[in-house]
Design a protein around this ligand. Structure first.
Ligand code: ASP
Length: 724
């Protein structure tokens, strides 16, 4: 007996140490982590990080756009985020004459800063646990549908009350699958201007080849400024607006980053799935990821070939290729990590343990005995639903012409009526003209042929709509070359029978002159049939999969609730859901494979070593090279005389944390989070401190580029630069 108690204590100790780096903590409850944070070196308090009573770090952190994080770094509303977070906005400001993406941009005065309509930043004013109010009138007899309605109605009441009495917006989000609810009260600023961005050869150095990789040398940052009206309130763009005067901004430390230093990342992680059952993990690693990876390989191959030939096409396709490739590479690392860390098996063991715990208690058995078997059975259906929707979304909607032209054209015009035709025609023409500004048809033709060939040859014939089985090869979808020839013929046929879909010059002319009757006749054309048949399967299966997900979520609510009582001494953290979180850890290298050890930082020397003038992603700007040759690093060099570029640490981050401030023990900014190492991208499902690392831009490299490279002394002057 005594022996087993000791064993329990030992396991608990190991367990809590092993978890030190894992966790995306709600700032509201950070006091529970304070002791551990301080034991790791943090010199401040939880209240310094998040407080509703006085200004705290959270006042300097924002949701940048719809899915990144940014931070205030001056008393005049200057914002630091990643280069890739502002990428599409910088692309929109770029032309062949003023190619800010390629050449960079630095406003030397505030008057030169570029307004960016549509870009917003949102600050959290406070968050509050509203579980009791949201679940008012919900009891153990409440059916699921009724529960959802009550949650919706109660939430609306709480939000309406808040919004009618304050100038703020509110949103309520579920946590732990609806075991808890929090309200987030926020304020959004709408006049955000571009201040500075390095050339792509710095801001995207290493491109897709280095994305998600360590060692990394990407100067992934851009600078923006928030403007307000004269009273300091959020306002639409106006030349009369003034720079924001924030109460809090981050001092920037040039004191350095050493192995084992404490780091805290404060930002907006998007989505994680730590509670997934083994069945879900298996579907991600062995169904969803492989299909999406293969389809995206096809698209990226086509895009890259043409982008490498012509700078005009590179400009048109850079942002698209980036977003396609981001998931493509991440999923490869994720599947590899899941395999190598035996996550499916690990989860299966946890589930068996859970089942044993439930079955050991008759009351629990009565209540939860069927939980896991029911979830397993739901996952059986879900597996095939996910397979179908992933194939169709990646292959059909991977064709730009189908997604951006055929889809709106058919849904709104062909299947509409006279009235919807009249109401939507001009809008569709305008969207189409915008779409054509960055559309290169030979790329899309290649995607059309290869993606649909992949779809028809990889699916079981029973999954292919009968009307489309004619596209399969003689061996019923077995012969790739045969299917490919059919897809090529289909594209050619479309070019003659429906040229407006494939010929940019003809679409506008056709649609401007067409009437509803003429357009409606297209309903039976071959391309519209193909689109309709696949889209129908997609919509039907997708809605079934949403139903399955809802069922599963309901089961997860019970599962997570039960897990919490099973492991009552463990501190849980909720999955990421694009709400403000704190994660903390330490600067540390790691070993990605036997015999390989990664250092915790990289330097400008590494950029020069990677230089390859023939490869776009590895070109080095001549000015950067000159600074390197002269070792003209100013006060930004480390104690060895090197210029640090990036570092890794054990902070638990995910998509959405891009641009997050990385804070040292004194609460000063030492970096900007921008990525994770490829070996650890499974951290969205299974965080493992032996291989999961976040990658941050070293603040000293950022300052060096602004100061020495761009000569933007005006910006350096407004920042607070400190030594510790
Ligand atoms: N690169 C990611 C982002 O864009 C960050 C991450 O996934 O670690 O938010």
């Amino acid at each position: 007996m005594r022996k087993s108690l000791l064993l329990t204590l030992l396991i608990a100790t190991i367990f809590s140490i092993a978890r030190a780096d894992e966790g995306m903590w709600l700032p509201l409850f950070l006091k529970y982590n304070e002791a551990e944070m301080q034991s790791l070196g943090f010199k401040l308090t939880a209240e310094d990080v998040y407080s509703v009573n006085h200004h705290s770090m959270k006042d300097a952190v924002m949701l940048f756009g719809g899915g990144c994080t940014g931070e205030l770094i001056s008393s005049q509303g200057l914002v630091l985020t990643n280069h890739h977070c502002g990428y599409s906005n910088v692309q929109a400001h770029s032309t062949m004459e003023h190619n800010y993406l390629q050449d960079g941009f630095w406003a030397k005065t505030m008057a030169e800063e570029i307004p960016t309509p549509g870009l917003t930043v949102t600050f959290l004013i406070y968050m509050e646990d509203v579980t009791r109010q949201v679940l008012k009138d919900v009891n153990s007899n409440t059916g699921e549908k009724e529960r959802q309605e009550l949650v919706k109605r109660n939430s609306e009441t709480i939000i309406a009350k808040l919004e009618s009495t304050t100038p703020f917006k509110a949103a309520i989000k579920p946590f732990y699958y609806g075991n808890q609810y929090f309200m987030f009260v926020t304020q959004t600023y709408r006049d955000v201007r571009l201040v500075g961005v390095p050339p792509e050869s710095i801001g995207k150095f290493g491109g897709d080849s280095d994305n998600w990789m360590w060692p990394r040398h990407t100067g992934d940052f851009s600078l923006w400024r928030i403007y307000t009206d004269k009273n300091g309130q959020p306002a639409d763009y106006s030349p009369d607006n003034v720079p924001m005067k924030p109460a809090k901004w981050f001092p920037i430390s040039i004191g350095g980053v050493n192995e084992e230093d404490f780091t805290l990342v404060f930002g907006y992680p998007g989505t994680t799935h730590q509670f997934y059952l083994s069945d879900a993990v298996d579907i991600v690693a062995n169904v969803q990821n492989p299909i999406a990876i293969q389809a995206r390989t096809i698209r990226l191959d086509a895009m890259k070939r043409y982008m490498n030939q012509d700078p005009r096409i590179r400009l048109m396709y850079s942002a698209k290729a980036n977003s396609i490739s981001n998931g493509w590479k991440k999923w490869q690392g994720e599947s590899k990590g899941i395999r190598e860390c035996n996550v499916v098996e690990k989860k299966q063991k946890e589930e068996q343990d859970f089942i044993r715990w439930v079955n050991a208690d008759p009351t629990l058995k009565d209540e939860l005995g069927n939980l896991i078997p029911e979830m397993r059975s739901l996952y059986k259906d879900y597996r095939s639903q996910v397979q179908t929707t992933t194939y169709i979304s990646e292959c059909l909607f991977g064709v730009e012409m189908i997604q951006k032209v055929v889809h709106p054209f058919v849904r709104t015009l062909v299947q509409g009526d006279e009235a919807s035709f009249a109401a939507n025609r001009d809008k569709i023409i305008a969207n189409y003209q915008k779409f054509c500004e960055s559309y290169y048809q030979p790329i899309d033709k290649e995607c059309f042929v290869n993606l649909l060939t992949y779809y028809f040859t990889s699916q079981d014939i029973s999954q292919i709509p009968t009307a489309l089985q004619k596209y399969c090869g003689g061996d019923l979808c077995g012969a790739e070359s045969e299917v490919k020839a059919k897809m090529e013929q289909l594209w050619e046929k479309m070019s003659t029978t429906a040229p407006y879909f494939t010929d940019q010059t003809k679409f506008v002319d056709y649609l401007s002159k067409a009437n509803y009757k003429k357009v409606a006749k297209l309903a039976n054309s071959e391309i519209v049939t193909l689109y309709n048949e696949l889209f129908k399967v997609y919509v039907d299966t997708y809605s079934k999969s949403r139903e399955t997900e809802k069922e599963l979520d309901k089961h997860y609510r019970d599962y997570v609730n039960a897990l919490m009582s099973k492991e009552s001494d463990k501190v849980f953290y909720p999955d990421a859901n694009l709400t403000l979180r704190v994660t903390y850890g330490q600067v540390s290298g790691f070993s990605p494979a036997d015999g390989v050890q990664y250092a915790h930082y990289t330097t400008l020397d590494g950029i020069i070593a990677k230089e390859d003038p023939d490869v776009y992603d590895y070109k080095v700007d001549p000015k950067l090279k000159q600074l390197w040759e002269k070792k003209d690093y100013g006060r930004y060099a480390n104690s060895k005389g090197e210029l640090p570029v990036a570092f890794i640490a054990s902070n638990h981050t995910t998509g959405g944390n891009s641009g997050s401030p990385v804070i040292n023990a004194n609460g000063h900014l030492i970096g900007t989070n921008f990525d994770r190492v490829w070996e650890g991208t499974m951290s969205d499902i299974n965080y493992d401190v032996s291989r999961c690392r976040n990658i941050s831009l070293d603040a000293r490299y950022f300052l060096f580029i602004v100061d020495k490279f761009a000569g933007a002394q005006n910006l350096i002057d407004e920042m607070t630069i400190v030594e510790d």
